[in-house]
Ligand binder design. Structure first.
Ligand SMILES: NC(=O)c1ccc[n+]([C@@H]2O[C@H](COP(=O)([O-])OP(=O)(O)OC[C@H]3O[C@@H](n4cnc5c(N)ncnc54)[C@H](OP(=O)(O)O)[C@@H]3O)[C@@H](O)[C@H]2O)c1
Length: 330
């Protein structure tokens, strides 16, 4: 089968489409004929081997697992022993939550993984839309609903509103009845408003931490302002929900801003400061798909690439300025 493969840690330039053995499903696994995958910043971290301590798991000098991709959508082609809830022909999607299992990852013609990681796709969703949802949609759902706990009329700020998670978070916050401010570059403002933001702030021209407003909830996907600055515009009983960072380095990856938030959580009396760790399960995907059926959410595909152009797709993600989700059609 053809798969996106990298043999050395590095950048998109080292990613090739190679012929590799088609995987066989073991007990409890399914083999999926892949139709679409989507990219996430985590794919870039694994490709770079950042932070370096990740290499204890992924391979010290070279990556032990050479595939790319976590999000998937496709059709079950074969089921392993003991799999009863899925059958050949079922359309499924999900997140590969065992990226270091030794299995080729999701940007490939076939994918083998534990059947528990695959959820049946709802009717009416294309494979590309289904592949766009798992990591970004579930992370947005955890941030907005579980940690943000948004109530109607509350003021929420979403920093990084135009990216993969942001486009879901804006919609979910609006659905919860909140007054939504999206921070994004000027080019993404109309998309973010169309998704439900009441107001957008172009971070290249304005500093949201210099305003007089107090937000009930802040969802931070960019870590572009320090906790001290953010505290100033967070209500005294507000909730700060940290998800990710545009800052990344070989030694720390995105861990420095995470540590700053963890420290702030110890001193910010009255306010709640939390960090989100995405652990998508099929049940979470089911909840997300329910929100889709309610009309609370729709997938937002910013760019589509064919399998042969996966390196270009990764280059676009590497810019740190992706709009919506980047999908690979397989
Ligand atoms: N905690 C978890 O469990 C978890 C799970 C998944 C992802 N993450 C992390 O969450 C973060 C966001 O993920 P994603 O999938 O949304 O990434 P993405 O699709 O790459 O989007 C990132 C967005 O950040 C915006 N941005 C860049 N610089 C900014 C700045 N200074 N201020 C505000 N926005 C800025 C970019 O757009 P414009 O600059 O063009 O507006 C882009 O739309 C990443 O760091 C990722 O690693 C965390």
């Amino acid at each position: 089968m053809k798969a996106a493969i990298y043999r050395e840690y590095g950048s998109a330039d080292g990613v090739r489409i190679e012929d590799v053995p088609t995987p066989e499903p073991g007990p409890g696994e399914v083999r999926i004929r892949m139709r679409a995958a989507s990219l996430n910043p985590a794919d870039i971290y694994m490709l770079r081997g950042w932070p370096y301590m990740l290499r204890l798991q992924s391979g010290l000098r070279r990556p032990k697992n050479n595939g790319i991709g976590l999000d998937f959508a496709g059709e079950v082609e074969r089921v392993g022993e003991g799999v009863t809830h899925l059958r050949p022909g079922d359309a499924v999607h999900g997140e590969m939550t065992t990226p270091f299992s030794g299995r080729t990852r999701t940007i490939a013609e076939y994918l083998c993984l534990p059947a528990t990681q695959a959820a049946k796709m709802p009717p009416g969703l294309s494979f590309e839309e289904a592949a766009a949802l798992p990591v970004a949609g579930c992370t947005a759902m955890f941030a907005v609903r579980n940690f943000g706990g948004l109530r109607p009329g509350q003021q929420v700020l979403i920093n990084g509103a135009g990216g993969g998670i942001g486009v879901h978070a804006v919609q979910l916050a609006k659905h919860a009845g909140a007054i939504v401010t999206g921070v994004c570059s000027g080019e993404k403002a109309s998309m973010v408003r169309e998704l439900g933001a009441d107001r957008t702030i172009d971070y290249r021209r304005e500093d949201f931490t210099a305003e007089d407003i107090r937000y009930d909830v802040m969802i931070d996907l960019a870590s572009s302002r320090s906790p001290k600055e953010c505290r100033r515009v967070l209500a005294p009983d507000g909730r700060f929900v940290w998800v990710g960072s545009v800052e990344s380095s070989p030694f720390f990856g995105p861990l420095r801003p995470l540590l700053r938030v963890a420290l702030t959580s110890q001193v910010a009396r009255g306010q709640r400061w939390d960090t989100v760790t995405n652990t998508t399960t099929s049940a979470d995907l089911g909840t997300l798909v329910g929100l889709l059926a309610e009309g609370a959410l729709r997938p937002v595909i910013g760019r589509r690439y064919p399998l042969a152009e996966v390196a270009d797709a990764i280059r676009y993600m590497e810019t740190g300025h992706a709009g919506g989700k980047i999908v690979i059609a397989i």
